[in-house]
Each structure stands twice: as structure tokens, then as C-alpha cells.
Design a protein around this ligand. Structure first.
Ligand code: ZN
Length: 420
């Protein structure tokens, strides 16, 4: 959506700063970390930042006399959600790779904008896109930052590193040998990547491509990628299914492990306690990236194999491995803008709602290195806020239709402070 010129961020923010303060109140306010709540709770927003959080009485005292009030007495205020694994370039159809190939850059960029909007409408105020074609995502990110397109905060990987003909090679990130590895990392950084994504195992996106259990890079190559990315100040997200590859990636110091399924070469489960312990000790997050349509997937896998997925998640949690919320939105079984269905999986395996909300907000923002910017309702952080009717701690479904979504203080879908 194109926001009318008068609401474009650069000018409007300055203009509103002096005159407009927003006071949001509700039956309860969840700060983000579990156990921290105010009831009745409120927060103050000046421009794009949170400036006060607390009980309604405390926050009222801090508010300017002309602050614009929005009271939601039956509702819950919580931080905007963080989805750490999406692909805006994929359409969630039967063959996202074919659909992407058939699109011009212009068409693809427009579709990516539509999908970004779906995430924001669902209360997701931050996404990390882990692979699009040639870094088009950075153009969308720029439009969102300028306020020309409504979308969440975007952290972008651009084209993932993969060997020639490797998993998702059609995204444009093919590399062979140390020289190409180094220059691809540099090129992605120049294009504006916030994170370097590396496809260390094969996958399922291309039927004729390498299998999920095939290693695509040697430990030495992984180490080169990490060294080069870290030298440029960028974290590394590694797509890894097998225990062998996960162990190598953890050893060389990647920052997040995507999928993190711990499979043996034959596809059977191969949980390695020592690797999980190292991940916990080095604060390397596991990003399970579970699709929104996980129930259909589990039906296909059967009860025994799906039970193993649940066991693996519990095992990671028991080892203290930080988890990231992510849905792999865009792949065939995962829709854009449906965070709640993925979160239901955690409910299904017995994680209490308060921990699920913490995972989808504070914990994931921290895992992405964004704790100083978003993921909680604290003074100084961006005003990324969701208001839902009722109590999501009692019923997670309440998250499905947010009454209000603010992205850096701007209400979706208008892109304006909520009272205008
Ligand atoms: Zn993915």
C-alpha cells in the first residue's frame, strides 16, 4: 500500500514529535519476558518510541495533558511478534521455486510487499527473511523504512550461499571455492544484508537437487563464511538438518541454526547432547522454522515421526538452547501472516502460553540481536505493539485478530499515529 505523502515517515515523525503523545491502556500489559505484567497496564508512546510502561496510574502521571488516549479495558497489550524465518519471495504454493522463476523482479517485489503486509496485519512487527532472489528484499526494506509500503521491520539475508546446483541455487547465491565464498559474502553485505545465510545441507525445494541429508559445504568452508561474515559485522544463519553438519557449524561459531533437526545420514534422529550443550554455552540459537500447516505435515509423517519432532523441541529446551520463533512462511506448507498456527504447535507439545508469547517476542528479538530495539515493551524501545481483545495467556487464539498493531508507533494499516 502506498501511504499518502503527508504521512511519509521522515517529515511526519518530526512534525508529530512535539505535539502528539499516545497513551495506550488495557486490562493487562505483558512486557515480554514471562512473569512481567501490569494490570491494568499502560504505555506511553512519543513518536516512534516507548517512553513509559507500568500500571495505568503510574503511566497517567507521566503523560502530557494533551496525550491522545486509547483505552482498551477488555484487552491485552503485548509486544509485536518477531518471526525469525520467512521467505517473502516464496508464495506458499505447491512449487514456490517455479512461481518465483516465472516472475519478473517487478512482479516479485510487488508480491513480496503484499506478503510483508500480511505479516504486519497479523501482529508480526519484525521478520527475518532468510533468502530471496538476488537481494530484492533490500529494496522492499527501504520502501518500508521510508513509510511508502506498510510492512514489518525487515532483517534480510539476500541470496543464500549454496554450491552450484545446490539447494535454492535459483536464488542467485551459487559459490564454489574460497574466493567465490568470500566475494559472495562481501557482495551480500554491500547489497545490504543484515545476516549471511548458508545452505549447509540440501533440502526439499528442488526435487532434482541435493537431498536433505547431503552436506553442501566442508567444515573449512563453513569456517571461511563465518570468518568473513563476522569480519563485516554480520551474523551467520546456517540451514542445517544433519547432526554432522550442525556440529560443524556450531564448532565454527555460526549464530543461528535453522531447522536444526539433528538427523543421521539415513534420516533417523541423532540427538547429540554435547552439541546442544555447546549451543547453550555459546548462545547459538536453534530456529526450528516450523510451518503454519504443521498438522497436515504431521498427518503425513505419522504419529511416531511427528512425536520425534516434539521430543526434539523439548530436548533443545531442556539443554537450555535458545529457541527462535519462525515459520518458514512461503514454503508449500507455511502461509504468510499466520504466526498463531505455528505457535499452536508449541501449545500442542505442552509449552505454557506465557512461555510461547515470550518466545515469539522477547526471546526471538534477543536471538536476532535486536533486544535493544524491539521484542519487549520498555522505555527506549521501538513502539512495536499489538493489542488483542481478551487474554492470550488463557486462549492463544485471541492473537488471531489483533485490535490494533503499531509498528514503530504507526498504526497498521494507515501508517499514522493511531488517533489520526
Ligand atoms: Zn527457509
Amino acid at each position: 500500500m502506498i501511504i499518502p505523502r503527508k504521512h511519509v515517515v521522515g517529515n511526519s515523525r518530526r512534525r508529530y514529535r512535539a505535539v502528539v503523545q499516545q497513551l495506550l491502556s488495557a486490562h493487562q500489559l505483558l512486557v515480554g519476558p514471562r512473569g512481567q505484567r501490569f494490570s491494568p497496564g499502560a504505555l506511553l508512546i512519543d513518536d516512534d518510541r516507548i517512553t513509559a510502561v507500568g500500571t495505568l496510574a503510574e503511566v497517567e502521571q507521566r503523560a502530557a495533558p494533551d496525550a491522545h488516549r486509547l483505552d482498551h479495558p477488555q484487552a491485552t497489550i503485548l509486544p509485536g511478534l518477531v518471526n525469525g524465518h520467512v521467505h517473502l519471495g516464496f508464495d506458499s504454493g505447491a512449487d514456490p521455486a517455479a512461481a518465483l522463476r516465472a516472475s519478473t523482479d517487478e512482479e516479485l517485489l510487488a508480491a513480496m510487499g503484499q506478503r510483508a503486509r500480511l505479516h504486519l496485519a497479523a501482529g508480526v512487527t519484525t521478520i527475518r527473511d532468510l533468502g530471496d532472489r538476488d537481494g530484492l528484499i533490500t529494496e522492499l526494506r527501504r520502501s518500508v523504512e521510508r513509510g511508502e509500503v506498510a510492512g514489518p521491520r525487515i532483517r534480510a539475508a539476500c541470496a543464500p550461499l549454496t554450491p552450484p546446483g545446490g539447494h535454492c541455487s535459483f536464488l542467485g547465491g551459487e559459490v564454489s571455492g574460497p574466493e567465490q565464498i568470500r566475494s559472495r559474502v562481501r557482495d551480500n553485505a554491500r547489497r545490504g544484508a543484515d545476516v549471511i545465510k548458508v545452505m549447509a545441507n540440501g533440502g526439499q525445494t528442488s526435487p532434482d537437487g541435493p537431498r536433505m541429508t547431503d552436506a553442501q559445504f566442508t567444515p573449512h568452508e563453513l569456517s571461511l563464511i563465518v570468518e568473513q561474515a563476522h569480519a563485516l559485522g554480520l551474523p551467520v544463519a546456517v540451514h542445517a538438518y544433519t547432526s554432522e553438519v550442525i556440529a560443524a557449524a556450531v564448532e565454527v561459531g555460526v549464530d543461528t541454526v535453522e531447522h536444526c533437526t539433528f538427523m543421521g545420514p539415513d534420516g533417523a534422529v541423532d540427538l547429540r547432547d554435547s552439541v546442544a550443550a555447546t549451543m547453550a554455552a555459546r548462545d547459538i540459537a536453534a530456529s526450528p522454522a516450523l510451518p503454519s500447516q504443521w498438522r497436515a505435515m504431521w498427518d503425513k509423517l505419522g504419529p511416531e515421526r511427528s512425536q520425534r519432532i516434539a521430543e526434539r523441541l523439548r530436548w533443545l529446551r531442556d539443554h537450555g538452547v535458545p529457541l527462535l520463533f519462525g515459520s518458514d512462511a512461503g514454503v508449500p506448507v507455511s502461509h504468510h501472516g499466520d504466526p498463531v498456527s505455528t505457535l499452536e504447535l508449541y501449545e500442542h507439545i505442552g509449552v505454557p502460553p506465557e512461555q510461547i508469547l515470550e518466545l515469539a517476542t522477547t526471546a526471538s528479538a534477543r536471538g536476532l540481536g535486536l533486544a535493544a530495539e524491539t521484542g519487549a515493551l520498555r522505555p527506549g524501545l521501538a513502539a512495536d505493539v499489538v493489542v488483542v481483545d481478551g487474554d492470550p495467556l488463557v486462549d492463544l487464539q485471541k492473537l488471531r485478530e489483533p485490535a490494533l498493531v503499531l509498528s514503530a508507533g504507526r498504526a497498521f494499516p494507515d501508517g499514522r499515529p493511531s488517533h489520526l
